[in-house]
Design a binder for this molecule. Sequence first.
Ligand SMILES: [Zn+2]
Length: 293
Amino acid sequence: MKEAMRILVVAGHPADMFDHCGGTLFHHIEQGDSVVCISLTQGLRIHDEVVSDLFRHNLKDYTEEQIAEILVQRQKVKYQEVVSACALFGINDVRFLDYDDEILTVNPEMISKLARVIREVKPDLVITHWPYQANHFSNHHAVTGQLTLSAITAAGGVDFKDPEGGAWRIAQLAYMLCPADTTATCMSHVGKNAYINYYVDVTDVIDKKIRAIHMMKSQKYDIEGYAHKTTETWNGHYGGRVRLPYAEGFAIEYPEVGRTIPVSERRRRGAKAGEREVLERASGLQGMSVKLE
Ligand SMILES: [Zn+2]
């Protein structure tokens, strides 16, 4: 029997933990692998219903204490939503490093903290963001990817300040890709795109993804149509590239090693299938019929 894997997902913002790769994580958990998800930041400044809208024009109407109190409340709400959304995929170990998402740069403190998590979790596989997303320096996802790469290197050496800090080397690294990784939308993004070299068929879990996204009310993801639209234009688009209704896309960092060349059953079946069958399967719009409350 195959030995179970330990997987660590390092996300820039809380909801990234499941909207980038939740379907894939569900499949891993289903086959007995263990998953730990960690978000580096609170993600409060970008999408939060209250923080981004209320404070944007009226910050002077609030005292420092009131602001601090509102931030604590909003963090609690967001974290609770993410924990509930992750539970839909069977992910129960969800962690937050609680950094403010105002300025995110590659820095020794965050690298060391993350390296400690890697030494503790001892993942075989780490999943994180593409380190060149957008212009790759002002982008939270890209910086998270860069921090993770540095933390992987640091964790590969002994931490002398931590008595439990033995070195841990990961076996594989995968970048969880989103449309901003695979399409340039501004001039400074040109030339930074990732190439999806591995697709995971998530058609069977697309209802969970839509429901999980919709659960993020604190960042307005419950706006009518949003969860369906995001899923169609992200997982539906990636699926279309490999003739599947819905897929999650990854770039695998290290070349795999074996005695022979693997060709998946899906590829072999697809090659033998009739043109109509292939198109019919690819045209699946199962996500659109998922009912939301
Ligand atoms: Zn994000």
